[in-house]
Design a protein around this ligand. Structure first.
Ligand SMILES: Cc1cc2nc3c(=O)[nH]c(=O)nc-3n(C[C@H](O)[C@H](O)[C@H](O)COP(=O)(O)O)c2cc1C
Length: 186
């Protein structure tokens, strides 16, 4: 079975992203089909990109980069659990994506967005970045709405159909993450 990282993209104090990430992990573990783990960007404490050489060229110089590269490299596929900040990707996630390169290539990714309108613009923005990193981004995404899937905009209470939406993302990610395995082995 492939290994899927469920990436919590928000790092701010008071974030709801951790609850969303843990809920996605719970849905995933009940769905099975892959090994799943949470990857909380907060645990990697990445500074603003401080590598002198672009990641595409390799040669990581900083211990935090190598630690992050090892984690990304250990996984076959990703589910990015992301809010939308000012109609775009949260800076912490974009920074983490930019830090390494080879470790992303030929992997699969899906998205669980949350926000006033489901973070569709952040996900669209992420899809552009996936192309640059050689990540195959899958068709389905889940979109949790602050008005319907949270109480008081802070307490996660997903509508029942949201679990099906997450499962659709997982099915896509497992299929493509598995199909791309031969490319990752070359
Ligand atoms: C800097 C910032 C910008 C935001 N911009 C948007 C936005 O563009 N669209 C949206 O739906 N919600 C926006 N929000 C509201 C977030 O959806 C909401 O705060 C959510 O809880 C953020 O996720 P987090 O708590 O995991 O960080 C923004 C929140 C912050 C902190």
């Amino acid at each position: 079975m492939i290994k899927v990282g469920i990436v919590i993209a928000s790092t701010r104090p008071g974030r709801v992203g951790e609850d969303v990430g843990r809920w996605v992990l719970d849905v995933a573990r009940r769905h099975a089909g892959a090994h799943y783990e949470l990857v909380d960007l907060r645990d990697y404490d990445l500074p603003q990109l401080d590598e002198p050489i672009p990641a595409l060229m390799g040669g990581y110089s900083q211990p935090h980069t190598i630690r992050w590269a090892n984690k990304v490299g250990s996984l076959d596929a990703f589910v990015f659990v992301t809010p939308e900040y000012n109609h775009g990707v949260p800076g912490a996630l974009k920074n983490a994506l930019d830090f390494v390169y080879a470790e992303w290539v030929d992997k699969a990714a899906g998205f669980v967005g949350y926000g006033m309108e489901g973070a569709g613009r952040a996900i669209a923005h992420l899809r552009n970045t996936m192309a640059a990193l050689g990540i195959a981004d899958v068709r389905h995404h889940a979109a949790l709405l602050m008005h319907h899937d949270f109480v008081d905009f802070t307490k996660l209470a997903p509508q029942p159909h949201q679990e099906d939406a997450v499962v659709a993302v997982l099915d896509d990610v497992i299929a493509w993450g598995t199909a791309l395995r031969p490319l990752r082995q070359t």
